[in-house]
Design a protein around this ligand. Sequence first.
Ligand code: GUN
Ligand code: ZN
Length: 445
Amino acid sequence: MRHAPHLTECQGWRASLLWFAEPTTPKAHYETDGLLVTAREADGIVRIQAIGPYRDLAPPYPQLPVTHWPGRCIAPGFVDLHIHYPQTDVIGSPAEGLLPWLEHYTFPHEKQFSDPAYAQEVTTFFLDELMRQGVTTALCFATAHPESVDVFMAEAQKRRLRMITGKVLQDRHSPDRLRDTDTPLSLRQTEELIRRWHGVDRLGYAITPRFAPTSSPAQLHGAGEIAQQFPDVWVQSHVAENLDEIRWVHELFPEARSYLDVYDRAGLLRQRSVYAHCIHLDDTDRRRMAEVGASAAVSPTSNLFLGSGFFDYPASDAAGLRYGLASDVGGGTSFSPFHTMHAAYTVARQSVGRAGISLSPEHLWWQHTAGAAAALDLNGQVGNLLPGCEADFVVLNPQATPLLARRTAQTETLAEWLFAMVVLGDERLIAQTVVQGQPVNDNRA
Ligand code: GUN
Ligand code: ZN
């Protein structure tokens, strides 16, 4: 039991349990008949107080109200390291690669988010969908309109979620009604939104230059100054996703050593910077990201759908680069962490220039939970079930479909059981999503 004062709403949750005993190591821990104890602490946040075998933990808590889920498994809520809520309705738009996809579908669609009523309807659907899929924390793009941030933050706050988002900065090479026409104003809006939302309840702000081609050097450097002024605010952007994009960046920023170096020179590469894709980096880039403590958001369904390339796991590990998994909806094709983990396995089999590797299911699961949390610098807060973590978790039903029931029943090791879920799973596996001790999804148990 943690020695936290003023505990209220103590609750017990009995089922099998899956968690990461050493959060920075992708080795899963499993307890067949476990108990998770949660309680609201003095700051109003519901946290995990204890985890362990039911037979050991139950006796000290004779009065504890316990919810029992026989045959189910409690696992950490998933953490999506990169997603765009305004692209919910862009999913499944085919194109000849990234730049035509942005021009033909994404930019026109995002213009609509100047309307708060429209942004509200999409936010409501989006957060409902994350809950159905078992995703309890996300690092999320809004659009260039400050209203799109206000709406999302207010709804996430109402639902008591840990969410991070930011106004997109894009002051060139973008259409009217999506482009920042006044660069100093876009930076002032960023600062205002940081002061309004960052650190309020469980909300966080991310300074969000879309990508180097759509920001002027003045906007990038202004964003970098804000990033230095507010070191605990996140930075999110895209880097080295697509070869045409990279050629364009070299034309626009000939003085930079590499695409990543554009951000580095602007002061946008630091701890709590999360860059989506990181496919076509070189080892100098990877080592530089590792050195400053920046992270990569690996987005395999997006990379396969847009034909962008394959994240190089061996090279990233060799450089000590931190990474986690992301859906990148709407370039990505699914909100489901199971689909993303499955795609990451496929991508790792293609590791560039080397024999492909076979990622273990524990590693894949870690990349979407405790590993993604560590990449966000939220190790020990989300993405795990260790005492002290916030009480956001999923309840898995491995019998959710006839094939899942049949396949999981035949597994002999934890790895085989997890692999069956990674490959066959979708939202039907998520019997419950529990946020702050409250069930929040409507999937049938
Ligand atoms: N690069 C710049 N904007 C985007 C975006 O919205 N999605 C993806 N996948 N890449 C981008
Ligand atoms: Zn993206």
